[in-house]
Design a protein around this ligand. Structure first.
Ligand SMILES: C[S@@+](CC[C@H](N)C(=O)[O-])C[C@H]1O[C@@H](n2cnc3c(N)ncnc32)[C@H](O)[C@@H]1O
Length: 243
């Protein structure tokens, strides 16, 4: 396994062992296992209901056979997608997250959880997805990996299938602020303080994302700016359809 992916997996395993619901939705007041399980999963149902409504506004018809939730965590969105699709696959790099997801979604026979530690989706045996959704995941890995996963996702859609994901474009912090943050995170916190796991943030500029999608058989239908990555980032939700 790639060294960076091994580190990412270990960090997410540690988050999942310590405070899994907060690691997925980092509301400050919910830190320390303060998320109520029902309220947490309700956020997933709301998000997927909004997503389905949004898809309805895009002017394309999708089938509801097979969906993929990339970076599924504890299954917050996978479980909600199960109400809309015949089969739903949740893919994640962290086996600890996946065990939790299997437990939380045990009552949903149409959910399957798959561990993927590769820098692509070649080992995922299923393809021909009608919808691939990814939220709060591609931002937590170096762009070279996010780009590779996006290419694979585009290629795993059925013709007419939709890829919807959220990804930051750039940080609003000054260059000096960004350099200081990287030095603090990469050198001081990881190697000197040796504290707990880290949740790195990365972005890819929007024109690059659009050309990557277009070079991999997709047409971008819509981009919407949002605050999913916090106030310090310009972030977009992308929706693209496969030819
Ligand atoms: C902030 S959580 C979001 C979980 C889920 N998308 C949600 O919104 O409920 C990010 C998830 O991405 C997963 N992840 C990080 N890097 C990944 C990778 N390279 N491949 C698959 N999953 C990854 C982590 O293990 C973690 O479960």
């Amino acid at each position: 396994m790639y060294r960076t992916l091994r580190r990412i997996r270990s960090d997410w395993d540690r988050f999942a062992e310590a405070d899994p619901l907060w690691a997925v939705l980092t509301h400050p007041e919910k830190r320390g296992r303060r998320w109520d399980k029902c309220a947490f999963f309700e956020t997933g149902r709301h998000e997927i209901d909004d997503l389905m409504h949004y898809i309805g506004t895009l002017g394309v018809e999708i089938s509801h056979r097979r969906a993929l939730d990339f970076g599924c965590g504890v299954g917050r969105l996978t479980g909600a997608l199960a109400g809309h699709f015949d089969e739903v696959y949740g893919v994640d790099i962290s086996p600890v997250m996946l065990d939790l997801a299997r437990g939380y979604c045990a009552h949903l026979p149409n959910c399957t959880f798959v561990e993927n530690t590769n820098p692509d989706l070649c080992h995922l045996l299923v393809k021909d997805f009608d919808l691939i959704y990814s939220c709060a995941t591609l931002q937590h890995m170096p762009p070279r990996f996010a780009k590779r996963y996006l290419r694979c996702m585009a290629q795993r859609l059925r013709p007419g299938g939709l890829l919807v994901f959220q990804l930051p474009d750039r940080s609003l912090s000054s260059i000096a602020g960004r350099i200081l943050a990287i030095l603090y995170e990469e050198i001081y916190r990881k190697h000197i303080l040796r504290t707990g796991p880290s949740m790195d943030m990365h972005g890819i500029r929007k024109p690059k994302v659009i050309s990557l999608l277009e070079n991999n058989g997709c047409r971008v239908l819509d981009t919407v700016q949002n605050q999913y990555a916090g106030k310090e980032w310009i972030c977009y939700r992308y929706a693209a359809v496969r030819y």
